[in-house]
Design a protein around this ligand. Structure first.
Ligand code: ATP
Length: 369
């Protein structure tokens, strides 16, 4: 057997970790099927690294169970705890953590030497790992003579060379400059896909999570806010925290005044004496009479100068426009609220223009407060 009963290769159940009286991780459960790439995403201090360290065995949790490939790594109730060196986990951290006095080859060979593989096997595996990360030409160089991006590739080669059961990444790209970071995201994902090792990746960078992940867990204050694929997390956030943390959203407090059918209804929002009702999609757990938050992304709002025939709705004043070529990034004041709008550039909006805001009903969400 190499999977938990629920089909997950990595299975985490009811994980709790205290530091003093602070609950850094507050009873989270999740799983990762074999070969998948899962990202723990959330702001600083939300418990991502602590979760990763519990999986690695570098922190002992206060409650919960962790198993990998059917092997029990940690169970607080059963008093089971496999030491980190027996977990066979590859790790890549923010700091490159490669040894400066060794060559690239020596660095990458190290995990195989401590596992006492034969010389020829070590030679073959190191060559293969360096090929995968694109460092074959650097094999004989001292690690300190590599650039930051190359050092991180070497660290990755060292993490995969012994074919670990699991790969853990803790903000591995955050010391690289933006351009390199963007390039490495794609590279890292390609390499993970090629080696097929189940991976857990920690980041506070939402665009990194969206680009790289098969699945994302959004965390805040030690708990899971939402789990889903990148598209679902972006397009169907469940609550205000996720809407706000991932991408840009217009968020307005409101109330559900009607429910039409499964997952559809009407939300009422009010500003400066204006009150409007808007058709929307309802997040799970929201019904008639619920307090809810209207959540609409700027690309799903259009600002039209000529509102003829559009009836009642949100009418505001343009207070700022930035021309972006294919669209205009606008701010539109409605009472005390400023809408962020990516308007079609044919409208040629200017500050002072009175506009009608058209919200795409298929992307107008009512989410939990
Ligand atoms: P960051 O991205 O800043 O590392 P994070 O989401 O990974 O944040 P954690 O490092 O897991 O968050 O920290 C979660 C909470 O636990 C924080 O409040 C942090 O201060 C606390 N914490 C983490 N490690 C320790 C420790 N060794 N001793 C005491 N408190 C800790």
């Amino acid at each position: 057997m190499n999977e938990a009963a629920n089909g997950n290769y990595l299975d985490v159940q009811g994980l709790v970790k205290y530091f003093g009286s602070d609950r850094a991780v507050d009873g989270i459960s999740f799983g990762v099927p074999k070969g998948r790439f899962l990202t723990l995403l959330g702001p600083s201090g939300c418990g991502k690294t602590t979760t990763l360290m519990c999986i690695a065995g570098l922190h002992k949790p206060d409650a919960g169970e962790i198993s990998v490939g059917g092997a029990l790594f940690t169970s607080v109730s059963q008093r089971a705890y496999l030491p980190p060196e027996k977990r066979d986990i590859g790790m890549v951290f923010q700091s490159y953590a490669i040894w400066p006095h060794m060559t690239v080859t020596q660095n990458v060979a190290y995990p195989l030497e401590i596992r006492k593989l034969s010389h020829s096997e070590i030679g073959d595996r190191v060559a293969e790992a360096l090929r995968l990360v694109g460092l074959s030409d650097m094999a004989g160089k001292l690690a300190t003579n590599l650039s930051g991006g190359q050092q991180q590739r070497a660290a990755l080669a060292r993490a995969i060379v012994f074919r670990p059961r699991l790969l853990l990444f803790d903000e591995p790209l955050s010391n690289l400059d933006l351009k390199l970071r963007e390039q490495m995201r794609v590279e890292l994902k390609r390499i993970q896909h090629e080696v097929g090792i189940t991976s857990v990746y920690v980041t506070h960078d939402q665009s990194e999570a969206l680009v790289m992940s098969d699945d994302i867990i959004v965390m805040s204050k030690g708990v899971i806010q939402q789990t889903g694929g990148p598209h679902a997390i972006y397009a169907r956030p469940l609550n205000r925290f996720v809407s706000n943390f991932i991408g840009v959203a217009n968020l307005l407090d409101g109330r559900i005044v009607r429910v039409f059918g499964p997952g559809r209804g009407e939300i009422e929002v009010a500003q400066g004496g204006d009150k409007v009702r808007l058709p929307c999609l309802l997040a799970d757990g929201i019904g008639e009479g619920s307090e809810a938050v209207l959540s609409v992304r700027p690309e799903n709002v259009d600002a039209l100068r000529d509102p003829q025939g559009l009836g009642a709705g949100i009418r505001g004043e343009v207070i700022q426009t930035i021309f972006l070529g294919n669209c205009q990034d606008c701010r539109v004041r409605w009472g005390d609220f400023e809408w962020k709008v990516l308007a079609h550039s044919r409208e040629r909006l200017r500050p002072g223009d009175r506009v009608y805001l058209r919200l795409d009903p298929e992307h107008t969400l009512a989410v939990r407060p």
